[in-house]
Design a protein. Sequence first.
Length: 240
Amino acid sequence: MTSLLKQLKRYTSPSRKKSNEWFFKIGKGEYGEHDQFLGVRVPDIRKVAKDNLVMDFSEVQKNIESQFHEVRLCAIIILVEKNKKARKEGDKALQKQIFDFYLKNLDYVNNWDLVDVSAHYIVGQALIDGLEKKKLLDNLVQSGSLWRRRVGIIATWAFIKEGNVDTTLRLSKKLLDDKEDLIHKAVGWMLREAWKKDAQKVEDFLRVHYHTLPRTTLRYTIERMQEEKRKQFLRNRYNL
């Protein structure tokens, strides 16, 4: 089998490489400082992943350790697709193997897109399916690693889709004093998704924690609200 790197190199573009390096903040002191990019679009990465779904775990391991962002992303997408197939076929053993493999390799899930494409599908779904205890999420959101904390909160999207917003609210509270903007955005995103399922609970959460809520989190959360209500939350005039 041709390596993922060689397959992805067919789709590289200098302009895309430059764009990705800016978008994922590889400058000195920025969150993606040590990341390297080939310059491949996500649709092309997904195309390569689709062609390699039979890849065994030893090969996925080699690719998830790649220095190149797009190769790691491709390997993670392969894991996600394998996990979806395992669930569809009721193969709990394979699903648990994928989950364990993912957790073992969390150090390579080290940028926001790598987290966002996988955490809810692999971690969140495993918890819903009883393959691991929910305490794992508490451990993740209390981690010193920005990316592990993001995995913890994004994983709750799986619960939200099932109609359970309580896990998201509980973990969001733990992250209110986080210093990282990427966590503020992730929490706001999940609260917005939770609001679509249970607007009252999320709005009550915003009222209770309004004065400790990062502004970015608030803006992300209320983005889909009716204009007048959104303005009321922005102006701290929401007690109707």
